[in-house]
Ligand binder design. Sequence first.
Ligand code: NAD
Length: 504
Amino acid sequence: MFDELLERLGLRDRHPGVCSGPWSDPPGGEEIVSINPSTGEPIATVVGGSIADYDAVADRAVAAFKRWRTLPAPRRGEAVRRIGQALREHKDDLGMLVTLEVGKIRSEGLGEVQEMIDMADFAVGLSRQLYGLTIASERPGHRMFEQWHPIGPVGIISAFNFPVAVWSWNAMVAAVCGDSMVWKPSPLAPLTSVAVQRLVNRAVEGMGIDGVFGLCVGGADLGRRMAEDDRLPLISATGSVPMGRAIAPVVAARLGRSLLELGGNNGIIVSPKANLDLALRAVVFAAVGTAGQRCTTLRRLIIHESIADGFLDRLASAYRSLRVGDPWEDDVLVGPLISEQAVASMLDAIEQAKAQGGEVVCGGNRLDRPGYFVEPTLIRANPGMPIVRKETFAPILFAMTYSDLDEAIALHNDVAEGLSSAIVTDDLREAERFLSPEGSDCGIANVNIGTSGAEIGGAFGGEKATGGGREAGSDAWKAYMRRQTCTVNFGGTLPLAQGVRFDL
Ligand code: NAD
């Protein structure tokens, strides 16, 4: 089944991972083996880029930018429209490749590609809406306005868990904004990036835009090179908080811009005034979906003490009924973790939780089968436990109780990250308080839905240690452009602002 899939996507056993129009074959970097996390077996090898390969891709991105920025934005939108169409045509295969390479269940693999298509559609519309403002000038005979110009080649560093959607959040918007780009995907998901690049190349063939969409597969060393590279005025990096902490000062030291989409330690408050059936479904999907490997995965359940016991019993039964297994099978809801290291880190976090006074309500073990499968795990915890304040990228949910809403909100906000948050309540006052300036301190705040599964129409991202970046919808496009304030004097005199006189 998978051999045919790779064949259809044009992927070879040993594929080059460097491209900026033509593929560099062979590139000079390390060989990265793509592993199927459901079996632990290799799928194929991607040959990554050396620093010299990367430099060549970046040079081509600079050259391509000079042409691309002059093309009218709606014509740039045409390239993105074609890419969206190619993704539609190959949605099944690309979705299955996501399932194969990172272990997402089938519908989430397809959902990831759908998200790319949605981003392409959004960006095509955006290509006719890159609006500036006209501002009233205080000087007679003057017109003041602002306009947005392409910023330059953008460096995109992506994480393994949304191996292709994160690229599209950046690439589709950056492209219509007039930026070329260099993409360094996660070395844990090299094949999906190669497959996307092949689709893009075919989609834009004949448009004469080689070098606009560049790819250089590699590890953290390439990421570091991008961070220090003056040719890339914007680095958009998605990954862990430690990665952001490593990159941000390097980009800042050259006074570049960074757009950081980092980790989360997301919480949900379940009120005694909640619809508990709805709360149960919201909690289960958010906590165990994608095997707990979303940046927006629910990691902390903050539940009112009066309903905690009953709710946790129901939650534990729901957990026990979840089928964990091969992600391409229809009734499986939980696939594998990404790697042996991810399993080890989950088991270690569970041991730490126990040592710190946590009680494992259900789960807690690795599955006895090949691949990186674990049981989704529910742990009764108290907020003082250090492990609760750490993002472990696995399906562990810590449950804690509260007695009044102020306490719940304080508990909720008492972590380093500020990505996604939710409250389940039918009480309007509680909901509005959670959304008020005294409420959730996160970039995403939901009422009566879980923390994960955002739509692309909104700006996506978080505060505090999550890095402050915003991607995808709303006006997130502004990060990919430079703003220019312009004043035109159409009068015959030269009045100065603030009444300053400077008579010669
Ligand atoms: P990671 O930090 O290990 O790697 C992410 C990317 O950064 C990879 O391409 C990696 O090669 C690169 N990288 C790592 N260290 C680097 C360094 N020092 N310099 C330059 N590049 C470096 O993350 P991961 O394990 O792939 O993904 C999981 C993490 O990503 C979680 O923390 C998750 O919450 C976060 N994430 C955040 C978002 C978001 O939008 N906020 C989305 C997806 C994932």
